[in-house]
Write a protein that binds this ligand. Structure first.
Ligand code: NDP
Length: 308
C-alpha cells in the first residue's frame, strides 16, 4: 500500500486552503472532504466579510471556488467521511469506513456542527418548521411569524436575514443581553420586524405535524407563555466535529483539539496538525480558518522535511 504525504480530513475554508498550499508545494494531498463538503459556509447566504470580495459573495459559491483552486494544483478529493483514525504508530492511519489510508501526516479540519436545544419536540418537528439554517429554510416562511433562539452573531444575522421573508421574528434569549457583536446587535435592534424575549428558555416547541408556537419560561420570574409561530430557528452555536478522534489526540472538555505549540498548528501527536473551527474557540471566521489551513500546510511541509 502506498503511503500518502498528507491526508486532509475535512473541507471548508481551512481544509481547502490547506489543500491549495500543500498541492502547490507538490505534496499531492488527499482531502477527505466528507459527504457534506464545504463546511458551514455552504449554509450561509451573503459572506460580506471575506476580504477581496467588496460586494460580498454567496457562501456556497465561495467554497466552490476554494475547492476548484485546490483541485487545480493537484489536491485529490474523496467525498466521504473519515470514520476513524489510528495515530498510535507510523505511518498514521485514516479510515474511510473499512478502507485504510496510510499517511505521513494529517491535517484535521473537520470544523464544528450546529448545537441543538435537545428538546423532544425539536427533533420531532425538525424539517416541519424547526430548522437550524435560516439561509436554507427562510424562504419557506413568507409572511410568517418566526422564533429564533440564541444571542450570538449567528442568531442576530439569521434573525435579520429572516425578516426578508417573515412578518415578525421573535428572538428568545436566555440572558438579558446579547453576546453578538455591536454592529450585529444594532442592526437587529433597529429592525422593526424583530422583537426580543429576554431571560427566557424554551420548554417546548408546539405543534403536531407543523410548528404552531413555543412554550417559553422566563427564568427570572418563572412565568411561562405561549408564543405563536410557524417557524422555529435554533442558532445557539456549534460543537467541534472530533468524535472520530477520541483517545487519539488531546481534546479539551468541550471536544476542541488542544494545540500545545501555538502559534504552530501541531496537535499533541507528531505529524498531526489541526486548522479551522475544530481548534478555534475564539475567532471562528472563514478568514481565520483559511489562514490556519495555510499555516497547517506550511507546518506539514516542514515536518515532512524532518522525516528525510
Ligand atoms: P455563540 O457561541 O457566539 O453564541 C451562542 C448563543 O446561543 C449565545 O447567546 C448563548 O447564550 C446561546 N446558547 C448556547 N447554548 C444555549 C442553549 N442550550 N439554550 C439557549 N441558548 C443557548 O455562537 P454563534 O453561532 O452565534 O457564533 C459563533 C462564532 O461565529 C462567534 O465567534 C461569532 O462572532 C461568529 N459569527 C460571525 C458572524 C459574522 O461576523 N458575520 C456571523 C455568525 C457567527 P449565552 O450568551 O447565554 O451564552
Amino acid at each position: 500500500m502506498s503511503i500518502e504525504n498528507l491526508v486532509i480530513i475535512g473541507s471548508g475554508p481551512a481544509g481547502y486552503t490547506a489543500g491549495i498550499y500543500a498541492a502547490r508545494a507538490n505534496l499531492s494531498p488527499l482531502c477527505i472532504e466528507g459527504y457534506q463538503s464545504g463546511g458551514l459556509l455552504m449554509l450561509t447566504s451573503d459572506v460580506e466579510n471575506f476580504p477581496g470580495f467588496p460586494h460580498g459573495m454567496m457562501g456556497p459559491e465561495l467554497m466552490a471556488n476554494f475547492r476548484k483552486q485546490a483541485e487545480r494544483f493537484g489536491t485529490r478529493f474523496v467525498s466521504k467521511n473519515a470514520t476513524r483514525v489510528d495515530f498510535s504508530s507510523f505511518p498514521l492511519k485514516v479510515y474511510i469506513e473499512n478502507e485504510e489510508v496510510q499517511t505521513k501526516s494529517v491535517i484535521i479540519a473537520t470544523g464544528a456542527s450546529t448545537k441543538w436545544l435537545g428538546l423532544e419536540s425539536e427533533s420531532r418537528l425538525l424539517g416541519k418548521g424547526v430548522s437550524s439554517c435560516a439561509t436554507c429554510d427562510g424562504a419557506f416562511f413568507k409572511g410568517a411569524k418566526l422564533i429564533i433562539v440564541g444571542g450570538g452573531d449567528s442568531a442576530m444575522e439569521e434573525a435579520t436575514f429572516l425578516t426578508r421573508f417573515a412578518s415578525q421574528v421573535t428572538v428568545v434569549h436566555r440572558k438579558d443581553q446579547l453576546r453578538a457583536s455591536k454592529i450585529m446587535q444594532d442592526r437587529a435592534f433597529k429592525n422593526p420586524k424583530i422583537n426580543f424575549v429576554w431571560d427566557s428558555e424554551v420548554l417546548e416547541i408546539l405543534g403536531n405535524d407543523a410548528v404552531t408556537g413555543a412554550r417559553v419560561k422566563n427564568i427570572k420570574t418563572g412565568k411561562t407563555e405561549e408564543i405563536p409561530c410557524e417557524g422555529f430557528f435554533v442558532a445557539i452555536g456549534h460543537e467541534p466535529n472530533t468524535g472520530f478522534l477520541k483517545d487519539q489526540i488531546d481534546l479539551d472538555p468541550k471536544g476542541y483539539i488542544v494545540m500545545p505549540k501555538r502559534p504552530t498548528t501541531l496537535t499533541s501527536r507528531p505529524g498531526v496538525f489541526a486548522a479551522g473551527d475544530v481548534q478555534d474557540t475564539i475567532y471562528r471566521q472563514a478568514i481565520t480558518a483559511a489562514a490556519s489551513g495555510c499555516q497547517a500546510a506550511i507546518d506539514v511541509e516542514r515536518y515532512l522535511e524532518t522525516l528525510h
